[in-house]
Design a protein around this ligand. Sequence first.
Ligand code: 2HA
Ligand code: ZN
Length: 272
Amino acid sequence: MGILDVEIVKGYIRLTEDAVAKGWHERNGGNFSYRMKPEEVEETRPYFRTPGEWQEIGTSVPGLAGEYFMVTGSGKFLRNVTLAPQDNFAIIELDETGTKYRIVWGLEKGGRPTSELPSHLMNHEVKKQVTGGKHRVILHSHTPNVIALTFVLPLEDEVFTRELWEMATECPVVFPDGVGVVPWMVPGGRDIAVATSELMKKYDVAIWAHHGVFCSGEDFDLTFGLMDTVEKSAEILVKVLSMGGKRQTITPDNFRDLAKDFHVTLPECFLK
Ligand code: 2HA
Ligand code: ZN
């Protein structure tokens, strides 16, 4: 029995494999974090090493003080997570102020958590609060079709939500709150983290123009499934636009009927 036999660790690794197989993680592109449950921390604790030094997160997340996260390493290639988990991701612990972290497992050949750690942690902090602790997963992927659309569609939440909903009947059921769009910003810092976490108050999906997507969810299946649904819908839209555009589509009243039968609330701002 080793840490790689622990269920939650197996699940974490499996998601990286699936996301890489999708073509969302070229080179060191994209990153992935999971807010661990206390019992999962206890299951993995026997494998922890003497913790490293406390390091600055680069932002403040007091709502996550003392929590543990599994997180991919900065500059690490997600395709290598399966081959050498201990070198490519880490378990980190946050301090009691929510401003510092330290590595307690992994990244054995050196390195630090993802360059997008501020965005991941600020999203986790918001999602923990607005979902009453249910959401635990943040996945950032470089999904080609969504990225392509950010060069063509207006960078507005209403436009992206409506277009993605129209491309697959299940979309409004999978992400009834819609999707948000962050204009192009320098990645890796606090500013883009603040902008993204602001959108995460309303949405489970935040698109970074000309860069990629952040998805939040309760578990690995739901979060991977959300990213997959959004990207597939974007792929259909790219095909439709390439074939000369829509000749017919799902109408606002169709959506209202769908909402009734599937017991979801679709904000009217997306049905104008
Ligand atoms: O290279 O995806 O946003 C990692 C990233 C940065
Ligand atoms: Zn990225």
